[in-house]
Design a protein around this ligand. Sequence first.
Ligand code: HEC
Length: 127
Amino acid sequence: MLPTQKTFAIALGFAAVLSAGVASAQSASGEDLFKQQCAACHAIQKDAPQGMGPNLLGVVGRPAGAVAGFPHSKEFKTALKGKSWSPELLDKWLENPQKVAKGTYMMYQQPDAGVRSAIIEYLKNTK
Ligand code: HEC
């Protein structure tokens, strides 16, 4: 094998491992993804204590910033005043909260649209 062919074969093997990783992320349920990616900062059970972020139970369709007792940032309140969490707005939010409300306290970004939509589907079913 020529050195360049060898490098190519290694690169191919590596790509296979990477895409297997992506496939398993896509087959994970929205609930699993929520636990992995959101639960460290957000509770989702009724009457659970606030975490770093507000409780997200029933968030889809709710006015932004409506969770009682959570001290939202000024930036959040200004940017999201009068808006509700439609699936579309949530999708933009999870892609990059800083683009929706520059300066918000939520430090998170999710570039994968499949992961975002699985999490949003899960959130729709929590009431
Ligand atoms: C590192 C901690 C952290 C992670 C991880 C995180 N968030 Fe947040 N989230 C926050 C904080 C803090 C706020 C409040 C933002 C503010 O007041 O500026 C927030 C706000 C929100 C809001 C606004 C709720 C309201 O009060 O109207 C939604 C919706 C949300 N997060 C969804 C999610 C989802 C879904 C995930 C997982 C994909 C996630 N967040 C991951 C910290 C986090």
